[in-house]
Design a protein around this ligand. Structure first.
Ligand SMILES: *[C@@H]1O[C@H](CO)[C@@H](O)[C@H](O)[C@H]1NC(C)=O
Ligand SMILES: *[C@@H]1O[C@H](CO)[C@@H](O)[C@H](O)[C@H]1NC(C)=O
Ligand SMILES: *[C@@H]1O[C@H](CO)[C@@H](O)[C@H](O)[C@H]1NC(C)=O
Ligand SMILES: *[C@@H]1O[C@H](CO)[C@@H](O)[C@H](O)[C@H]1NC(C)=O
Ligand SMILES: *[C@@H]1O[C@H](CO)[C@@H](O)[C@H](O)[C@H]1NC(C)=O
Ligand SMILES: *[C@@H]1O[C@H](CO)[C@@H](O)[C@H](O)[C@H]1NC(C)=O
Ligand SMILES: *[C@@H]1O[C@H](CO)[C@@H](O)[C@H](O)[C@H]1NC(C)=O
Ligand SMILES: *[C@@H]1O[C@H](CO)[C@@H](O)[C@H](O)[C@H]1NC(C)=O
Length: 394
């Protein structure tokens, strides 16, 4: 062993380089002129640093965002494809968005930190991404507010450990990606902040979210069309609107969702719990979906299938000739309390929901009321449920 060390020493290679990778594949945003005082626009420096890391020659390249500093960033597009197999962004400090007064300088309306075509990206660290949303929420309509962190066209994405605060609109959006691991995030915004979804997923497959806290003003996780093989485990949700599939089928579109498994999650004072929502007139399917081992703490509407959803046009939309086909949906092992009188609402289209399984449920009222179960055109089986589900047709 000693001989080996001496040999490396003689070749002029330091041991620390062997351990941490090649020095030329390690980039600190500070070296590219980022100041991190919370006032200077550090976006040009971040873009220069990105060009260096994206073009690095090693298998792995790392970009470090220093601790104890606040980097003010205007919208930045981090584009690939990149040369390294893996790009590791270590966020130790804070990334801050400008307040709404500066929105004239926003070049891209739909996202603030935008990653496109980057494969093998790892974003981790104890740092924070702060959308500075307070001023945006009151002054700007949703169509003019950006997603804070957007990943478009990616494979092999990992997000771990960061705290995401007060996004202008939704916090994280995953669009047209496959192979995504998300864990140990904290996503936090006030319960009355508008449209501040935690994680939105669309056109993506093979995604796992685990051990994550999401307390915001809208859906904790929203799973939209074109998704399959999505697992969500050990997520604590609340405040927020729950974990939603959909809405699907807006504007008579064809959208599919399958193999979504939500296990071991908690809904703590959320507006809804486990929810599937489709808009009349759409085509496609939502199938092979399960919600299991769910803890409810004064959750509103713990179990909902709403096939009469109408985005922005009130509720209870009329059935149309076409509807998204909802099938093979399991709700199992829900325990705790509901703040709403309707604990279970399976409001299917006239075409019906097939293969619904509801078992091992024990929900009581958090406000001492009798709970109700409502079904419309719902077919399936049930066992061991409190309240009793007698309206499901076999
Ligand atoms: C590159 O990073 C990946 C992902 O973290 C890791 O599995 C792999 O061992 C790293 N390779 C090298 C040469 O450090
Ligand atoms: C950041 O601040 C903490 C607490 O003040 C300190 O322990 C740590 O060494 C600092 N880190 C850096 C890289 O300056
Ligand atoms: C929002 O950004 C502005 C800079 O544009 C900054 O002065 C302000 O402190 C930020 N607010 C928060 C809560 O960080
Ligand atoms: C999704 O990505 C694939 C390539 O990976 C592309 O062919 C397809 O058009 C993309 N779909 C959308 C809606 O962007
Ligand atoms: C999701 O869970 C299912 C069933 O446990 C498993 O077969 C599948 O591989 C998991 N997928 C991901 C992306 O974690
Ligand atoms: C539920 O949320 C309340 C705040 O609304 C918090 O005090 C409590 O610790 C949370 N419970 C769990 C189990 O997370
Ligand atoms: C529902 O699940 C059963 C058993 O797993 C399977 O045979 C059937 O094809 C599924 N149907 C649909 C429409 O997903
Ligand atoms: C349902 O939960 C309540 C409160 O935890 C408990 O007292 C009751 O025995 C449970 N009922 C069933 C059927 O498990």
């Amino acid at each position: 062993m000693e001989g080996v060390v001496v040999m490396f020493f003689m070749l002029g290679i330091s041991l620390s380089h062997l351990v941490t990778g090649n020095a030329q594949d390690y980039f600190d945003v500070g070296k590219f002129g980022a100041v991190g005082d919370g006032n200077t626009d550090d976006s040009p420096a971040f873009l220069k640093a990105w060009q260096a890391v994206c073009g690095a020659s090693g298998e792995n390249a790392t970009l470090e965002i220093a601790a104890n500093r606040t980097f003010l960033l205007y919208p930045v597009q981090f584009n690939g494809p990149c040369k390294p197999r893996y790009i590791h962004i270590k966020v130790l400090g804070k990334i801050l968005a400008p307040s709404v007064d500066e929105r004239g300088k926003f070049k891209y309306d739909d996202c603030w930190l935008c990653f496109k075509h980057v494969d093998g990206l790892i974003v981790d660290g104890p740092g924070q991404i702060d959308g500075n949303g307070t001023t945006w929420w009151t002054e700007v309509p949703i169509s003019e507010r950006p997603t804070a962190l957007h990943f478009h066209l990616c494979t092999d994405l990992r997000l771990h450990g960061l705290t995401h605060l007060n996004s202008q609109k939704n916090h994280i959006s995953i669009y047209n990606c496959s192979g995504v691991l998300i864990s140990d995030l904290n996503i936090i915004a006030p319960s009355d902040s508008p449209n501040t979804d935690g994680i939105d997923i669309a056109l993506s497959s093979q995604l796992l979210i685990s051990n994550t806290f999401i307390g915001t003003g809208d859906d904790c996780v929203a799973i939209n069309g074109g998704t399959s093989n999505i697992n969500i485990t050990s997520v604590t949700c609340g405040p927020g609107h729950g974990i939603s599939i959909g809405s699907l089928g807006e504007g008579e579109t064809n959208e599919n969702v399958d193999q979504v498994h939500v296990t071991g999650c908690t809904f703590n004072r959320t507006m809804n719990g486990a929810r599937i929502k489709t808009i009349p007139g759409g085509t496609g399917f939502a199938r092979d979906i399960s919600f299991e081992e769910i803890t409810l703490i004064a959750s509103g509407n713990p179990i909902v299938i709403d096939q009469h959803y109408c985005n922005g046009h009130g509720h209870h939309c009329q059935d149309q000739e076409k509807a998204i086909a909802v099938s093979n949906v399991t709700f199992r092992g829900f325990r705790g309390t509901s703040a709403a009188v309707e604990a279970i609402n399976l409001d299917c289209s006239k075409q019906g929901c097939r293969g619904i399984t509801i078992d091992n449920i024990n929900i009581s009222s958090s406000v001492g009321k009798d709970l109700r179960v409502v079904c419309n055109n719902a077919y399936g089986t049930t066992a061991s449920t409190v309240p009793e589900v007698s309206c499901l047709s076999s």
